[in-house]
Design a protein around this ligand. Structure first.
Ligand SMILES: [Zn+2]
Length: 441
């Protein structure tokens, strides 16, 4: 048995398969607490009515974390307490870039806070360069022989982070874990994983960094919040990062229950672009189906085409894409554009063609709200007041604009039929950050 695979982990073993002699370091932990009417899963913390958790012969299982392999009362966990068995590394950080003076200040604050293993939120606007800002914190932890994890609810974020961290910490052994991969788990000082994978760890990390805490499915998911608390050591530090904290985090900040570091300026030192709202016909969706696009949207598009300013047009629903495409092809036959959505097989190719300036604009659902950067573009959102756009999503969409230092500003227009809560919240969030930003600009 390779005990290192159990360091800070909980591995399921069927009780029937337990060997007679188990190494002294291995602890056997229970998997499920059986009550009189409900069971509680000790892996995901979910409770389930007994009758929905029943197996033959009076045994029970947890139906709520089946995707990680079935946990039942027929099993136990193997666990070995995290020993921090890492070879010392004198110069872990091999990154040679530099931080702006503001980034340096925030990076130092975060680093100090993680030295004493606090819980903290790093609230950095989109395009602030937050990954680089946490390099000093990671470096400090590695030097101290700590076990470090960077987790994100989104696989694509993990896939993007991994090569960047490998380049920045070339001598630090690291492992990437997510549900779709085939490579086996190995014990490393630095782990990059999806938040779901945290359920397999137990009191492992001295420093746990969770990126994009506001994003689906993490934000409102009790299972994943529990995964976070039990994956780190009880004495471990927790750094959450986001560009758009949801209401729960904002309430905690206001009540001073959560320490926060702000980075309200983008890496080039400019503020977030302001949102402009334009009211459109209450029945725009029906009219779009009948072949008429909202007049104000047409005006906005024509202005942009005349100025040769490229843009992204967001719509709330996939079915709006085809209707809008037909309208625009008829109304503006000379312009070149395409539509794109999450499961579009051509998605990557279309995004690349937009990068290559083959389109004047893209019409898209919310999939392009994060991550995708086109220098010098504007954005508009048709139906920004629709519920499908959370205030976080709207702030992220606005954050697509002004990301490059050549074009640090731009136009963000929301076409709405009424004054909705999500739009107001996004507007206020940007106003708040810009007020903080102006103070230090
Ligand atoms: Zn469970």
């Amino acid at each position: 048995m390779d005990l290192s695979l159990l360091y800070g982990r909980r591995e399921l073993v069927a009780k029937a398969d337990l060997p007679e002699k188990i190494p002294a370091a291995v602890q056997l932990l229970p998997t499920i607490e059986v009550g009189t009417t409900r069971i509680r899963c000790l892996r995901c913390n979910a409770t389930t009515p007994l009758k929905e958790a029943r197996l033959p012969r009076g045994q029970s299982y947890c139906p709520q974390c089946l995707n990680l392999g079935r946990v039942s009362t027929l099993d136990q966990f193997y666990h070995v307490a995290e020993p921090n068995q890492f070879a010392p590394i004198a110069e872990p950080l091999t990154w040679s870039g530099t931080l702006s003076p503001l980034q340096v200040r925030v990076a130092a604050e975060v680093k100090d806070s993680m030295l004493s293993h606090e819980q903290r939120l790093l609230w950095a606007v989109t395009g602030a360069g937050k990954t680089e800002m946490i390099f000093p914190t990671i470096e400090q932890a590695i030097r101290r022989g700590e076990r470090v994890c960077i987790a994100s609810p989104r696989v694509d974020v993990c896939l993007e982070l991994f090569p960047r961290l490998r380049a920045a910490f070339q001598s630090v052994p690291m492992v990437l874990l997510h549900g779709r991969q085939e490579e086996p788990y190995k014990y490393c000082q630095l782990t990059i994983c999806t938040t779901h994978q945290l359920l397999r760890f137990y009191h492992a990390f001295d420093l746990l960094i969770v990126d994009e805490v506001d994003s689906f499915p993490y934000a409102a998911n009790e299972q994943l919040l529990y995964a976070t608390t039990q994956a780190k050591k009880t004495t471990g530090g927790l750094l959450m990062m986001t560009a758009t904290p949801g209401e729960v985090l904002q309430r905690q900040i206001k009540a001073h229950r959560l320490a926060v570091s702000y980075l309200p300026l983008r890496y080039h030192g400019h503020l977030l672009p302001k949102i402009r709202c334009v009211q459109i016909d209450y029945r725009w969706q029906e009219k779009l189906k009948q072949g008429h696009s909202p007049r104000q949207v047409g005006v906005w598009i024509r202005q942009h085409l005349r100025a040769q300013k490229r843009f992204l047009l967001f719509v709330p629903h996939i079915e709006n894409l085809a209707d809008l495409r037909q309208c625009l092809q008829r109304e503006l036959p000379q312009c070149s554009f395409t539509t794109v959505y999450a499961n579009d097989e051509q998605r990557l190719a279309k995004v690349q063609r937009m990068r290559d300036h083959q389109y004047d604009f893209l019409v898209t659902t919310t999939i392009l709200e994060r991550g995708v950067t086109f220098p010098g573009i504007d954005v508009c959102v048709l139906g920004a007041d629709e519920k499908i756009f959370s205030s976080s999503a709207l702030v992220q969409i606005a954050g697509r604009v002004g990301r490059s230092s050549q074009c640090p500003d731009g136009n963000v227009t929301f076409f709405v039929k009424e004054n909705a809560r999500n739009v107001k919240a996004a507007y206020q969030q940007i106003k708040y950050l810009n007020r903080l930003g102006r103070r230090i600009q």
